[in-house]
Design a binder for this molecule. Structure first.
Ligand SMILES: C[S@@+](CC[C@H](N)C(=O)[O-])C[C@H]1O[C@@H](n2cnc3c(N)ncnc32)[C@H](O)[C@@H]1O
Length: 251
């Protein structure tokens, strides 16, 4: 089954002027009171989440496993007349960044859970190597504990329009016995009340508990570890009922 990331064109249907304005505000709140001038996103994908930091004067670099997503990221930057350094790399081995250090090293878009729990810890170690002294490590994640507790199967989105095409998206989540979770993404495209295209993607995740990664950050010497609600960027008050969170930790 195809991965969504082989079809960056479909992934980017939700990258709109509104979403970019939203992310600009989101990062503004995340950076408040912090000295962040350079940022590396190790799962930058097509840049839908992090390209907006360029409007805040941040110097952005990014890597990702998927060449297709990176190619789209490059095209989108060209379109807005911005530049960032992009490299193809697995976040479990970030040698491509040599000994470069950044004020913030991030993994955005719920990406760490693509690898095993042990490899999440390995990825955090790799990210840490590129965090400047006094800098920050950031990642966001779905609340996997909550997902297991609720065992939700269907996730329905509001339809949206791409020109005169109506796009519908439904996710169906499978829970195999090995503890992984499969998100099946079912897209349909309609014009004049007729469906003319459907696309199905499967994304395999290895859920990890919040505390596993937070404990790894503590072991790596991080302090001031903030758990932030996504997308409000407010401090998490009630983790059990927070669907998506981000962790921002100071080295
Ligand atoms: C949901 S997308 C997020 C992309 C981007 N951050 C965003 O939010 O639009 C997940 C990204 O993780 C990347 N990815 C998955 N496994 C990876 C790995 N081991 N190393 C680097 N990137 C990986 C995928 O190629 C994809 O671009």
């Amino acid at each position: 089954m195809a991965s969504m990331y082989d079809r960056a064109d479909i992934y980017d249907l939700t990258d709109t002027r509104e979403s970019r304005a939203f992310y600009k505000q989101y990062w503004e709140k995340i950076f408040e009171g912090k000295n962040v001038k350079t940022m590396l996103d190790v799962s930058i994908g097509s840049g839908s989440v992090t390209i907006p930091v360029l409007d805040l004067g941040i110097e952005l670099s990014g890597s990702d496993l998927s060449d297709t997503m990176l190619a789209n990221c490059g095209k989108k930057m060209e379109k807005v007349g911005k530049k960032a350094t992009l490299k193809q790399s697995d976040f479990r081995k970030l040698d491509c960044w040599g000994d470069e250090k950044f004020d913030l090293v991030a993994s955005t878009g719920n990406s760490l859970a693509y690898v095993s729990n042990d490899d999440v810890c390995a990825a955090l170690e790799q990210m840490d190597k590129h965090v400047a002294d006094g800098g920050y490590l950031y990642y966001d994640s779905r609340n996997w504990e909550m997902i297991f507790r609720n065992h939700q199967r269907f996730y329905l989105y509001n339809p949206f329009f791409d020109g005169d095409t109506r796009v519908n998206l439904v996710q169906v989540w499978d829970y195999p016995e090995d503890g992984s979770i499969i998100f099946n993404l079912l897209f349909t495209f309609e014009k004049d009340n007729k469906m003319f295209q459907k696309e199905i993607f499967e994304e395999h995740y290895n859920p990890f508990p919040k505390d596993m990664a937070v404990n790894k950050l503590k072991e790596l010497g991080y302090r001031e570890i903030e758990i932030i609600e996504f997308p409000t960027a407010r401090k998490v008050e009630d983790f059990d009922n927070t669907q998506w969170y981000a962790v921002m930790a100071r080295k």
